[in-house]
Write a protein that binds this ligand. Structure first.
Ligand code: ZN
Length: 679
């Protein structure tokens, strides 16, 4: 019978993230939870009141350090750590194993335990599974950990297997030593980076009467990818109805990734350790307070934070304290950093309980790895250099309305010059195509993927608008209601996206993991598996026959002045052949007569699209009509009025045609079924 009466409250769809609660002798713990580390029965630079004010639920204390100083007699005198440090909420103690095994010179290891020399007074101590439990019982923690043999995560299979078996034998001895103590006890899964050993270790320990299971031996030498992969693998083999604790992890991004992989509990010294180095985690990325950019800053540390530090002190003051090595600076930053971690955990828990953790996860993946977004840590440029960022043939341009765009230097063309990129993407492509409604399954579509061609990736504003639209619907309706979305972007030049991504503070639509995945792998998948984004790199004309047939086309290359070929009848005819027999809709910003003629000649039915700012109309083209020409979904099909205007237009024909060809074009336009008299 578990001593924690664990309740699993909710599992988030499309993710392994879970929200749970359990009871300890000193109160309830709600997960996912971050446990600030109080190595010496103190969280560095924080009072117990300060931690409570930030709603810290559990503290971690280190058995090894407390055994050496102040020693077990002091805890006996005070009846345990809670009264000693004036903390009446839960405490978790580690076993001391990790610290002892990090001192390879100063210890002797046997089957019985480890003998080591104290760093405080040089005296020899012996730590066994039994003596570790005895010390943890004296400390009086709510949750104890078994003594395990820690080895580097890069250890060989043979060495790892030997250590794992020893850890298992020690786990059995620890349970026996716990006896009838009301304190909970967690086992620790080992196995370094060996899949079979991780699985065997989890399977062995889950059969024993532990109150929770930890994942040990990670965050000690492996890559991030390995850490995530082995966390994922291990939680697959852990019981659902016990808390899961990933020891010593980690940074905010590591915690986010691990919650996504099914972990409930975390501890790490990073928030308080980095505070002492002058680093703060904020909603604008990490700020380094030794930098003189804050010398005169009157702003609060983080406008998104309501902690005492952010409420009371400008950045300039914190910068000053950190430069002067004043301990108050460390206290202010420790308070803020713990507040940041607490908010991250609370937001994740709320998102899981709402059932939309995935959306939160995708948004935060990028936010959590940003450096200072307002004062990017760049190498100082010459003082007068005020020019805007450039890459290759592209530069960032700031419009008179204050939004940023990408400009091609050679042609002078600005991507989305009229309104902010996201705004135009949403109006012209997302709202007009009713993308949100199309993402839902119905009898006709069933679970067939909806395919979007994104022609002219640019700075990815159209593709990102589609991804965010799908994420909103995923949150609102859950994955079961939706069809998969496949976005295929065509682009030969990745410089505009690379440039914009390097300056994501200017391009808010890129604050997401997707564009970075695309740049790195030419491919990105939403964690739900429902959204896929692929890049076909190279000339659109080389790839268009190889791409899956589209339902929607966002046609957004540079204009016909710059990218002539892409606006000609031959290309539209090739697109049209790829669309049939589907009813594909093509949306484009151009409303020019030449473009509309080219589309009609290619076989499309052509309608007026919505206006964007100063442009009165844009263009929508249908590969075929569903039914009648005046069907409610094609209300703005060009008709007799447009035809009359065309007859009188100076740009009636594509350039370079002789008289015979002109006559043929005229005949095809006049005879297009779109303009046939209705009966
Ligand atoms: Zn704060």
């Amino acid at each position: 019978m578990s001593r924690l009466s664990f309740t699993l409250e909710k599992e988030s769809p499309g993710s392994k993230a879970r929200a749970a609660r359990f009871q300890t002798a000193h109160g309830e713990v709600r997960t996912p939870v971050f446990m600030p580390v109080g190595t010496q029965a103190t969280v560095k630079n924080m009072t117990a009141e300060g931690l409570k004010a930030l709603d810290a639920q559990v503290l971690l204390a280190n058995t090894y350090h407390l055994l050496l100083r102040p020693g077990p007699e002091v805890f006996k005198k005070f009846g345990g750590i809670h009264r000693f440090m004036n903390w009446d909420r839960p405490v978790l103690t580690d076993s001391g194993g990790f610290q002892i095994f990090s001192l390879p010179e100063a210890r002797v290891m046997t089957e019985a335990g480890a003998q080591f020399r104290s760093y405080v007074d040089g005296e020899v101590h012996f730590l066994s599974p039994e003596s570790s439990i005895e010390m943890q019982r004296t400390i009086g923690s709510d949750i104890m950990m078994v003594l395990d043999q820690c080895i580097p995560s890069t250890a060989s299979h043979e060495r790892t297997e030997t250590a794992m078996h020893l850890t298992h034998r020690w786990a059995v001895r620890s349970l026996r030593a716990r006896g009838d103590s009301p304190q909970a006890l967690f086992g620790i899964v080992q196995g370094a980076c060996h899949r079979d050993l991780r699985q065997r270790s989890a399977e062995f320990l889950r059969e024993l009467p532990f109150d929770g299971l930890a994942i040990g031996g990670l965050a000690v030498g492996e890559t991030h990818e390995q850490r995530y992969a082995f966390t994922d693998l291990t939680t697959d083999h852990l019981p659902k109805y016990l808390p899961r604790y990933l020891m010593g992890v980690g940074t905010p991004i590591d915690i986010l990734e691990s919650v996504h992989r099914g972990v409930d509990m975390f501890d790490c010294i990073i928030p308080t350790q980095l505070a002492q180095r002058g680093t703060a985690f904020t909603s604008h990325g990490r700020l380094h307070f030794r930098r003189s950019v804050y010398k005169f800053s009157d702003e609060p540390l983080d406008t998104a934070c309501n902690c005492a530090t952010c409420r009371n002190h400008p950045r300039a003051y914190i910068h000053h304290l950190i430069k002067a090595d004043e301990t108050l600076g460390w206290q202010l930053l420790a308070t803020h950093n713990i507040a940041f971690y607490q908010r991250l955990m609370a937001e994740m828990r709320a998102a899981i309980l709402r059932g939309d953790f995935l959306t939160y996860y995708e948004r935060q993946r990028l936010e959590l790895v940003r450096e200072d977004g307002e004062n990017p840590p760049v190498h100082p440029a010459p003082a007068r250099a005020k020019h805007l960022p450039r890459l290759g043939d592209y530069e960032v341009q700031v419009s008179s309305k204050g939004f940023n765009s990408i400009r091609q230097i050679s042609s002078g063309e600005v991507m989305h010059s009229i309104s902010a990129p996201e705004e135009e993407a949403n109006r012209l492509y997302i709202d007009q195509s009713h993308l949100a409604a199309r993402l839902y399954r119905n009898e006709e579509s069933d679970a067939q993927p909806l395919v979007i061609w994104d022609v002219g990736l640019g700075a990815a504003s159209n593709a990102m608008a589609a991804i965010r639209c799908a994420e909103r619907e995923l949150t609102a309706a859950g994955p079961a209601a939706l069809r998969p979305l496949q976005i295929v972007s065509f682009e030969r030049d990745l410089d505009p996206l690379t440039l914009a991504a390097r300056h994501a503070s200017r391009f808010p639509h890129l604050r997401h993991g997707a564009p970075y995945g695309l740049l790195k792998e030419s491919h990105w998948n939403h964690a739900s598996g429902l959204i896929e984004w692929r890049l076909l790199r190279g000339d659109f004309l080389d790839h268009l026959e190889a791409a899956p047939a589209p339902d929607l086309i966002f046609y957004d290359p540079f204009s016909s002045k710059t990218d002539t070929a892409l606006w000609q009848t031959e290309v539209f005819a090739r697109i049209h052949r790829q669309c049939l027999p589907r009813r594909t809709e093509l949306y484009t910003y151009s409303a020019s007569t030449a473009v509309r003629v080219a589309l009609l000649l290619a076989g499309f039915f052509v309608a007026e699209g919505i206006g964007t700012g100063p442009k009165a109309t844009t263009t929508v083209a249908y590969s075929r009509l569903n039914g009648r020409r005046d069907a409610p979904d094609t209300p703005r099909l060009l008709g007799a009025t447009w035809l009359a205007r065309w007859r009188n237009s100076g740009s009636k024909y594509p350039a370079g045609l002789d008289e015979m060809q002109k006559a043929a074009v005229a005949q095809r336009i006049e005879g297009h079924p779109q303009f046939a008299p209705t009966t």
